[in-house]
Design a binder for this molecule. Structure first.
Ligand SMILES: O=C(O)C1=C[C@@H](OP(=O)(O)O)[C@@H](O)[C@H](O)C1
Ligand SMILES: C=C(OP(=O)(O)O)C(=O)O
Length: 454
């Protein structure tokens, strides 16, 4: 096992300009759509990370071609995609079907949920599995929905699957139509079916029945992306989505930087009472991370978006806040709340128990390990002010727990993070990017107030 990463302590307020790699959610949505499109597509400045590599690998296993080509992105090449051979295409009539293929989902929710409906649209037996923890991530509603749409799935030894591992027996055709899904466990159940829905013979009418769907912004992103490639989607009735049958238009898109991953860098401004600027902040954007503009002022920062650059200035203190539905931003938010001098209540995030790890338990454990005061509620966390001390923060194979550890390390001496390499899920160069941010102390006059913060 590799040594824990000594999280750098910031002796002075950070004063830095940073950019981050492409959005995971946009990259993996566009990869899926490119695999189902009516011709070759191009992604400019996409994310290159474990989750995007797993998605590319999955689509290759289904017969798509994904090729790296030179581009102008700061974080790696562009991608060109030739779609999977689905029934009725020239590729399909020339090919006998895939036979057996296998897909490694790693720990990527987007791969384990978004790819099985695509597998149903090719001819072959596609076996899905992933990391040990992926096997306990909720998957049932996608499996049941595909079953209701007439797709055959089998578990090990022919059992009825409810989670990974399972095999999709793709016939190249899905009839489509009306299905009822309980998507209270993850918005990805809905996005998965919508992304492929236009390629079902009758399209798709998906109705959610159950407790509220979390991360609705991610479904709105799916709808926006689908409309952008010529798919007609009706989301005018709450909890219902209709995707009309039809082609997915081949496309050439530039992927926005990942605003959720911008979070830990922006948090550095609050944790050190410094300033962090992110140029090329997309606006408007469908990314959930745009919510930093509302969240960070509630925690005591000043935030401006001027000339396309987002500037976050930390205040003299971090204030606690009551925040609902922060979705994948929650671990970074919780990291800041543990450094705040008033209590915080985070609500509407019960489903984080089914993320890369049980994030509510993990956050309580690690905040407590640092000397903090945090407690789980039925649907979130209460975090109360306490003086933190150094400790080894465990990351639970969760990239956002690891980056939370980095945020704590800026403000608390002696923090180390176990398995920092887990950040490669969405940000392979995270430690280097963090060091580069800290090396940009351009304003020595900003002085040091480390004593006051430590
Ligand atoms: O569709 C997506 O790209 C995502 C949806 C969300 O999933 P949940 O609805 O399970 O929170 C989010 O947390 C995840 O990181 C990415
Ligand atoms: C929940 C997350 O990932 P996934 O796409 O694997 O669900 C996340 O990145 O915070």
């Amino acid at each position: 096992m590799t040594a824990a990463w000594p999280a750098p302590f910031a002796a002075r307020p950070v004063d830095a300009t940073v950019t981050v790699p492409g959005s995971k959610s946009l990259t993996n949505r566009y990869l899926v759509l490119a695999a189902l499109a009516d011709g070759p597509s191009r992604l400019r400045a996409p994310l290159h990370s474990r989750d995007s590599a797993l998605m590319a690998g999955a689509l290759r296993a289904l017969g798509a071609t994904v090729t790296e080509v030179e581009g102008d992105g700061e974080y790696g090449p562009d991608l060109e995609i030739v779609p999977v051979p689905t029934r009725g295409t020239a590729e399909d009539s020339a090919a006998p079907g895939l036979g057996k293929a296998s897909v490694d989902c790693g720990l990527a929710g987007t791969v384990m949920r978004f790819v099985p409906p695509v597998a149903a649209l090719v001819r072959g037996e596609i076996a899905f599995d992933g990391d040990p923890h992926a096997r306990v991530r909720p998957m049932g509603p996608v499996i049941e929905a595909l079953g209701a749409l007439g797709v055959k799935l089998s578990g090990p030894d022919g059992t009825e699957p409810m989670s990974l591992p399972f095999t999709v027996h793709g016939t190249g055709e899905v009839a489509g139509g009306h299905i009822v899904v309980d998507a209270s466990g993850s918005s990805q159940f809905v996005s998965a079916l919508l992304l492929a829905g236009a390629r079902f013979a009758e399209g798709l009418h998906l109705e959610h029945v159950g407790p509220p769907v979390p991360s609705l912004d991610h479904i709105a992103m799916t709808v926006e992306v689908l409309r952008g490639v010529g798919v007609e989607v009706d989301d005018s009735v709450p909890n219902q989505w209709r995707v009309m049958p039809g082609p997915i238009r081949a496309f050439d898109v530039r992927i926005e930087q990942d605003l959720s991953n911008a979070g830990p860098f922006l948090a550095a401004a609050l944790a050190t009472r410094g300033t962090v600027r992110i140029p090329n902040w997309p606006s408007p954007t469908a990314q959930v991370g745009d919510a930093w503009r509302e969240i960070l002022p509630k925690l005591g920062a000043s935030v401006t978006l001027d000339g396309g650059t987002l500037t976050v200035r930390g205040g003299n203190r971090i204030t606690g806040a009551d925040l609902a539905g922060t979705s994948e931003l929650a671990p970074t938010v919780a990291a800041l709340c543990a450094l705040a001098d008033t209590p915080s209540h985070l609500t509407g995030i019960a489903h984080l128990r089914g993320h890369e790890t049980d994030r509510l338990a993990a956050l309580v454990n690690e905040i407590t390990r640092l000397g903090g005061d945090a407690e789980e509620t039925t649907d979130g966390l209460v975090i109360r002010p306490a003086k933190l001390h150094g400790a080894v923060v465990r990351s639970y194979a969760d990239h956002r727990m690891a980056t939370a550890g980095a945020v704590w390390g800026l403000a608390v001496q002696g923090v180390q993070v176990e398995d920092i390499a887990t950040t490669s899920k969405t940000m392979p160069d995270f430690p280097q990017m963090w060091s580069r941010m800290l090396a940009q102390h351009t304003d020595p006059a900003a002085g040091t107030d480390a004593e006051a913060r430590a």
